[in-house]
Design a binder for this molecule. Structure first.
Ligand SMILES: [Zn+2]
Ligand SMILES: [Zn+2]
Length: 149
């Protein structure tokens, strides 16, 4: 009987899958967003409920980690540390995606320097979203966050 899924649990799981079109990477992004904004429906208050349930229901928590690969959770958690997904891609996935490479560096003068494809540019703003670039890397460790979530 431990395999029986409570109807309320099943309803919440279906809600989560429908909200992300059954895309585990989208579900991971939804999960790691502290505001849990529903993809395509950022104002929906009810979207908090399934995530609160995951915190208190071991069955659903296990279902979640079976559904969403830990690699997806790590990637999406890291992406949220960046100003936008384009910047994330050009810092962390430029090789695979064949896009320009953005990198944090320190110029010989000691100044912070964001380089593009290895050339120092001293860019101050993100070319995609216009956010001011930080004076340190977006994420200090390539392993962050360790483990799940
Ligand atoms: Zn449950
Ligand atoms: Zn940006």
């Amino acid at each position: 009987m431990s395999d029986a899924v409570d109807p309320e649990c099943e309803r919440l799981r279906q809600y989560l899958l429908a909200g992300c079109s059954s895309d585990p990477y989208l579900l991971a992004l939804w999960f790691v967003d502290p505001l849990h904004r529903v993809p395509g429906n950022p104002e929906a208050e009810e979207s908090q409920l399934p995530f609160e349930h995951l915190d208190v229901c071991q069955q659903c928590e296990r279902w979640f980690y079976d559904t969403v690969p830990s690699e997806a959770l790590k990637r999406q958690a890291r992406m949220l540390q960046y100003c936008c997904s384009s910047m994330f891609a050009s810092v962390e996935e430029w090789e695979r995606r064949q896009v320009n490479r953005f990198a944090y560096s320190i110029y010989p003068t000691g100044d912070v320097c964001w380089s593009i494809d290895g050339r120092p540019t001293f860019a101050s703003y993100c070319p995609w979203c216009s956010a001011r670039l930080p004076d340190k890397p977006f994420i200090s460790s390539p392993d962050w966050p360790n483990g799940k979530g």
